[in-house]
Design a protein around this ligand. Structure first.
Ligand code: KG4
Ligand code: ZN
Length: 375
């Protein structure tokens, strides 16, 4: 098969060196703008991990266009699954089960992965399980990628899940849905959404997080000439808000004679990023103190942010907290985390029927009410 330039594939181990995995699961992920498939064992060993990004299709629109996402997934899902199986060194017959993201996400996009997974499970008569995308992100830190000997956290751990669609702090007592407790979440925009919206208004393109991260590294927040609001700075609250911050950047830019360029642009990116990072770090560290859990895990696409990683590491060292940061490939959307979460479900004896459909909301219990108003 011709390899698309957007394919990222890796083969973890040669099957000959396998320590006979107990269970091998093919995972499929199509909840947003990445078509992904992976083969992972229930011990977390990653045998293949293929991600086809749709960024080029959405970039001209400055954000994900749901219909384009569904069509791109429909075109890519079969070759991506084929590639993941081939790169794993196993055959489809050797795979024990099929896992797929069923929620939360774009309905049409989820439907493509679900249909592919159901078709495969039906045709091969293999067990089928659905996975909540957020649970996948929370467990991604436990994946054993080739060549990595990074330590894995034990349960319980405090997880900061920061992505394009979700931002929340959880206490994770175990891999089951009922063992994941939300401590606090954003009331409005997700942190990644704030990065993307601010990048768009600064003319930085989509997705904005990596662009702002790059510029913030050469900027100086103190020179930006603006004080940005830290949403819900109240130290007793674990709730967050990022929409005011985005509006403050918009008002500041509108007040300037011309859009910021070069160093001024980098300084503004540094100020914006520092404000978000301070909120995320301080609330997560306080959650760890309140819960008396000395382990913090970063998860989700924004966990790739270098400023967040550096600041969290600094504060955790000072507070004697163990910090677990997955590699970039485990932070952004991937199917390895879905295959692993599915493998754990299967190993607990759980399966789903082929009548399972997509859902836009997470199955995790939410305690933070969205929107404004008195609490
Ligand atoms: O987890 P993810 O890949 O997809 C969702 O489930 O949303 O997260 C995507 C988000 C986007 O908003 C993107 O801008 C953000 O993660 N992101 C970053 C960085 N890399 C990706 N945000 C800040 N800094 C980064 N380096
Ligand atoms: Zn995600």
């Amino acid at each position: 098969m011709r390899r698309h330039p957007c394919f990222r594939a890796l083969t973890a181990h040669s099957p000959k060196r396998l320590k006979s995995p107990l269970m091998l699961v093919l995972g499929i992920e199509t909840s947003c703008d990445e078509t992904a498939a992976a083969v992972v064992s229930d011990s977390g060993d990653v045998y293949s991990d293929v991600v086809r990004s749709q960024i080029a299709s959405h970039a001209p629109y400055g954000g994900v266009v749901p219909e384009i996402a569904s069509r791109d997934h429909a075109r890519a899902v079969v070759p991506v699954v084929r590639e993941a199986i081939a790169a794993s060194g196993f055959t489809l017959a050797q795979i024990d089960g099929i896992a797929v993201t069923s929620r939360p996400g774009l309905s049409g996009a989820l439907l493509v992965g679900l249909s592919a997974a159901k078709g495969l499970a039906w045709a091969t008569q293999k067990p089928f399980v659905t996975v909540d995308h957020l649970v996948g992100h929370l467990l991604a830190v436990l994946l054993q990628r080739p060549g990595s000997s990074a330590p894995r956290p034990e349960y319980p751990f405090i997880a900061l899940l920061v992505s394009g669609g979700h931002t929340a702090i959880y206490r994770v007592n175990g891999p089951e849905l009922s063992l994941v407790h939300e401590i606090g979440a954003t009331r409005d925009d997700a942190a990644g959404e704030a990065f993307d919206k601010v990048a768009k208004l600064l003319g930085l393109g989509y997705p904005g997080g990596p662009q702002i991260d790059r510029l913030a590294a050469i900027g100086n927040a103190a020179r930006a000439g603006v004080t940005l609001p830290r949403g819900i700075a109240d130290h007793r609250s674990f709730e967050m808000s990022f929409s005011g911050l985005k509006s403050a950047v918009a008002r500041h830019v509108a007040s300037l004679p011309s859009p910021p360029q070069d160093q001024a642009l980098a300084d503004l990116c540094a100020a914006f990023q520092a404000t978000i990072v301070e909120t995320l770090v301080s609330k997560t560290v306080r959650a760890a103190a309140r819960e008396e859990v000395p382990r913090i895990v970063l998860a989700g696409g924004v966990a790739a942010n270098k400023g967040l990683r550096a600041r969290m590491a600094e504060v955790c060292t000072r507070r004697e907290l163990a910090l677990f940061v997955p590699p970039f490939s485990s932070c952004t959307d991937n199917a390895a985390m879905i295959a692993y979460a599915g493998a754990l479900r299967l190993s607990r004896g759980e399966t789903d029927t082929l009548s399972e459909g997509p859902a836009t909301k997470t199955a995790l219990l939410r305690v933070t009410r969205k929107g404004g108003g008195k609490r």
